[in-house]
Design a protein around this ligand. Structure first.
Ligand code: FES
Ligand code: FES
Length: 161
């Protein structure tokens, strides 16, 4: 076992982990952040997307020990009290989800996309989300949600403007 300290959604957690433990397993099982989902075992679906030091990563491809000393932001850390993050609100208002399984990862990736490119074209949105799969929506309303949220994310932070 190895001891790791990871700040998740603003709170520091120190735990013993097996060296092979994936970050997504650690987030869900040790820390209780079950809003971050596992949708595959092939690094394809993007349901597990979180931000690691402000960079979007698939948390099933990162070991918990690699996050030691770093900051993780999950979908559960986005809302400010009862106030949804603008990208969460846009997904809600644009009906950008059906079963919702892809949604946490889609939202985290959409925020990363808007941090890099605050006003993306439709093609840029589709390219930016190509690592996140949705089996329900046909993507159209997801693109609409990102367009609605454009300009609402402060560069490099994940925070709302
Ligand atoms: S769980 Fe599918 S990419 Fe991580
Ligand atoms: S809403 Fe069901 S997988 Fe995207």
């Amino acid at each position: 076992m190895t001891q790791v300290s990871i700040t998740v959604d603003g709170t520091k957690y120190t735990d013993d982990v097996e060296p092979r433990t994936l970050l997504v397993q650690h987030l869900r099982q040790a820390i209780g952040k079950t809003g971050t989902l596992v949708g595959c075992d092939t690094t394809n679906c993007g349901a597990c997307t979180v931000h690691l030091d402000g960079v979007s990563v698939k948390s099933c491809t990162v070991l918990a020990v690699q996050a030691d000393g770093h900051e993780v932001l999950t979908v559960e850390g986005l809302a400010d009290g009862g106030e949804l993050h603008p990208v969460q609100r846009a997904f809600h208002e644009s009906h950008a989800l059906q079963c919702g399984y892809c949604t946490p990862g889609m939202i985290m990736q959409s925020i990363a996309l808007l941090q890099e490119n605050p006003n993306p074209t439709e093609d840029e949105i589709r390219n930016g989300l190509e690592g996140n799969l949705c089996r329900c929506t046909g993507y159209q309303n997801i693109v609409k949600a990102v367009q609605q949220a454009a300009g609402s994310v402060a560069a490099g932070t994940g925070a709302a403007e």
